[in-house]
Design a protein around this ligand. Structure first.
Ligand code: CO
Length: 132
């Protein structure tokens, strides 16, 4: 069996003020926004800033009951999850210890599934299947 994780797709950071964060990354690192999207099902607004073949994904909640809003309230701003590009069977391989029993639509037309941080040594993992 070859590796199921093929690349790092994005590093997701939860922030209170996404516009301020975008401005900071632009002014400090010259990073520019390549994609913006509101994912209603997750209650998040996201901005993707390209870093080589990967992204920084800035996340901010669009409603008080979204998981990212709860995360910010509990833990404050910071690293939220790591998104890995993964082959199709990666979800099954994670042993069923996933938040999403089967992959579901993510942003950018991707298909995603999350692995629970209690099973993955404290880091929320998002498996991302990029459309071919
Ligand atoms: Co993500």
């Amino acid at each position: 069996m070859g590796p199921l994780l093929t690349e790092i797709d994005h590093v997701a950071i939860a922030v209170h003020d996404i516009e301020a964060a975008i401005t900071w990354y632009a002014e400090v690192f010259g990073a520019t926004v390549e994609h913006r999207e509101i994912v209603e099902s997750d209650g998040v607004s996201e901005a993707l800033l390209r870093v080589a073949d990967s992204y920084i994904q800035l996340l901010t909640p669009t409603r008080d009951d979204s998981p990212v809003a709860k995360y910010l309230a509990k833990r404050g701003e910071g690293l939220h999850h790591i998104g890995y590009r993964a082959v199709r069977d990666a979800v099954k391989a994670s042993g069923g210890r996933v938040i999403d029993e089967s992959p579901r639509p993510g942003s950018r037309g991707t298909t995603v599934a999350f692995v629970h941080p209690t099973t993955s040594f404290g880091t929320l993992i998002e498996l991302v299947q990029v459309p071919s």
